[in-house]
Design a protein around this ligand. Structure first.
Ligand SMILES: *Cc1c(COP(=O)(O)O)cnc(C)c1O
Length: 432
């Protein structure tokens, strides 16, 4: 068992001034029971909490830390920007162009890009742009995909919104979601029917090209291509929300990996290297519709912030130079194979999904292809698995409906230790 004395006291204190003691609901342990650990620092593949426990981290700040915590190139760049530049000017800097050029160079669909401060801001702005560009209002999303807490997209949303059983939220007026249609992921027939009926009203499809926010769900062969074809046929825009998958599944994201090119792409997480950055970009003719070259308004006091740009540039350069993707894929495959065997040995119904360095062990006998299937996960069993792993020093996302992330710092020994922890935990679950 972990010593949690200081964490417990600190969390009690936090709850007096912060709703639920957390600044984002995904961090609360509501789905697994107990209270979150309070972190002190991160180093490589490890987190250290304020009681001094060392935890092998598969959360990576929910995606950004593909290079591990505190990579020297990244912290060095932030330090340099702080010392030699400053924190914010509200005027253009060279750093913004440098990061924009790296993004345009990396992501196949992006010809021009606008920096914002979070993934939520990126998807909100991309939706507005798609509507402004097409002159249409209807947005298609898929159940279980999470696109941040944008009003119009909080319909059958994934991640924390799933875990906490509030598929949509009070405070979002019906008018905000009246033009949002939520369909089943991987169901091309349903999508085609919808386009057949309402094609000339549809501004865009927004989707996670690989879903991370109902647990990892891969697109079935032909699904992304089908989305692309329907959008092209009906003059709607295709938006890949690559906030999680961008620079994660390949340097050019899921669109590079699957060879399907959207019109617009949203980015976040890795692009900030642990600082708050989001971005949306795509076809130049569409992006030129954004203010000040076009009429679609979007702005940000701290957008393109020099510290955040420096962190993003250092992260992308390091990824480009070191190309960790083949190794990440291999490390993750070894881990996933070990988890699969451990679950089978313990005779626990399961399925495992992996794409690149994202994976989920589902307590569900069926392969998860959509939210309909993911909703049948045994979340009680997951909660006990989570606690068993935590007590063995392995820090997993605190919900069954999340992706686990492997970083470039995870070693073969880490993977072996994780498999051992899983074998012990799953054997206990079988008995309990
Ligand atoms: C995390 C995430 C978002 C929201 O990003 P924030 O920075 O948390 O606002 C949007 N889309 C996807 C796919 C995400 O994973």
């Amino acid at each position: 068992m972990l010593n949690r004395e200081k964490s417990t006291a600190c969390f009690e204190r936090a709850c007096r001034t912060i709703p639920g003691g957390v600044n984002s609901p995904a961090r609360a342990f509501g789905a697994v029971g107990g209270e979150p650990l309070i972190m002190q620092r991160g180093e490589g593949q490890y987190l250290y909490d304020i009681d001094g426990n060392r935890l092998l981290d598969y959360v990576g700040s929910w995606g950004p830390h593909i290079l591990g915590h505190g990579h020297p190139a990244v912290t060095g760049a932030i330090e340099d920007a702080l010392r030699n530049r400053g924190t914010s000017f509200g005027a253009p800097t060279e750093l913004e162009t440098e990061l924009a050029e790296l993004v345009v160079d990396a992501v196949p669909s992006i010809e021009m890009v606008r920096m914002v401060n979070s993934g939520t801001e990126a998807t909100m702005s991309a939706i507005r742009l798609a509507r402004g560009f097409t002159g249409r209002n209807v947005v298609i999303k898929f159940a279980g995909c999470y696109h941040g807490h944008v009003d119009s997209l909080l319909v059958q949303a994934g991640s924390g919104a799933l875990t906490h059983g509030v598929p949509s939220s009070p405070g979002v007026p019906a008018g905000c979601t009246a033009d949002t249609i939520a369909l089943e992921y991987n169901n091309l027939d349903e999508l085609a029917e919808t386009f057949e009926k309402r094609g000339d009203e549809i501004a865009c499809i927004i989707l996670e090209p690989v879903v991370g926010n109902m647990g990892v769900v891969a697109p079935q062969p032909g699904f992304l291509e089908g989305c692309r074809d329907l959008c092209t046929k009906h003059d709607a825009l295709l938006i890949f929300d690559e906030v999680m998958t961008g620079f994660r599944l390949a340097y050019g994201g899921a669109q590079e990996r699957f060879g399907v090119t959207p019109d617009l792409t949203t980015l976040g997480k890795i692009i900030g290297g642990g600082l708050p950055v989001g971005a949306y970009g795509g076809r130049a003719d569409v992006m030129k519709t954004v203010s000040p070259t076009g009429p679609v308004y979007q702005a940000g006091t701290l957008s393109g912030n020099p510290l955040a740009m420096a962190s993003g540039i250092a992260t992308l350069r390091t990824l480009k130079d070191t190309n960790p993707y083949p190794q990440l894929e291999q490390t993750t495959a070894t881990l996933v194979e070990g988890l699969r065997n451990a679950a089978a040995e313990a005779d626990i119904p399961h399925s495992v999904a992996q794409v690149g360095s994202m994976f989920t062990l589902f307590f569900n006998p069926d392969p998860v292809t959509s939210f309909t299937v993911s909703a049948r996960n045994d979340t009680d069993r997951f909660a006990r698995y989570f606690q068993g792993m935590l007590n063995r020093g392995v820090y997993l996302p605190c919900s069954q409906f999340e992706a686990n992330f492997v970083s470039a710092k995870h070693t073969d020994d880490d993977i072996a230790a994780t498999i051992t922890a899983a074998r012990e935990t799953l054997a206990e679950l079988q008995q309990g």
